[in-house]
Design a protein around this ligand. Structure first.
Ligand SMILES: Cc1cc2nc3c(=O)[nH]c(=O)nc-3n(C[C@H](O)[C@H](O)[C@H](O)COP(=O)(O)O)c2cc1C
Length: 183
């Protein structure tokens, strides 16, 4: 539970956002019955909280990596550098693992930002045969960073009883995310 003054500020912010979208000016509100505006003021912030949550999606892709992608330190550093910058800008959180010529990449964010990123990934020559394993709305994020590199891919695979990333299914991918979240 936050400090009462802080909570009051948050409520005012939520209320303002709500009013901005429902009815921008006092004159726009004037034709709405008072019991309705009172209701709007009360549930608006809650609606917005829910709406923000349902706007988040998790997408998990598996792909083959080309050449030294995901193997050499330089290639990994390049991917992490660009991803960190872009994902921070787009409010995307993610985690990636590389193993034996494959990568598994989990992404969370708003639909439009994820779709834009998926398009860039599909045009990236360092990847081929991209498979979307999971694409679903989420209540909350499991990844906390713009781009996290899994430092023990073999251990992760063993934990979900998977021998080879080429065989990864949606189930394995979800399980890996759960383990990563719990870690
Ligand atoms: C395995 C892999 C993962 C990547 N992940 C991301 C990512 O999470 N975010 C991102 O912006 N670019 C990512 N990229 C790079 C994109 O494919 C693309 O090159 C980049 O987004 C272009 O950004 P720019 O237009 O700012 O140069 C990834 C590339 C590879 C090979």
């Amino acid at each position: 539970m936050g400090h009462p003054a802080q909570m009051a500020t948050e409520m005012r912010r939520g209320k303002r956002r709500c009013l901005e979208s429902f009815a921008k000016t006092a004159s726009e509100r004037s034709h709405i019955p008072t019991h309705v505006t009172r209701y709007m003021d009360k549930v608006g912030p809650l609606l917005f909280e829910n709406r923000d949550k349902t706007l988040l999606y998790r997408v998990i892709i598996a792909a083959e990596t080309v050449g030294s992608t995901g193997v050499s330190t330089l290639s990994i550093a390049q991917i992490l550098g660009v991803s960190e910058r872009n994902n921070r800008r787009d409010d995307i959180t993610s985690a990636v693992m590389f193993l034996d010529g494959w990568c598994l990449h989990g992404l969370e964010g708003r639909r439009a930002d994820l779709d834009r990123l998926l398009r860039r990934l599909s045009e990236d020559r360092r990847l081929r045969n991209i498979r979307v394993l999971v694409d679903k709305p989420i209540d909350q994020r499991s990844f906390s960073e713009p781009m996290l590199l899994c430092d023990d891919p073999r251990g992760m695979l063993a934990a979900v009883h998977l021998a080879d990333l080429a065989e990864v299914t949606a189930n394995h991918a979800e399980r890996i995310v759960e383990l990563k979240y719990a870690a």
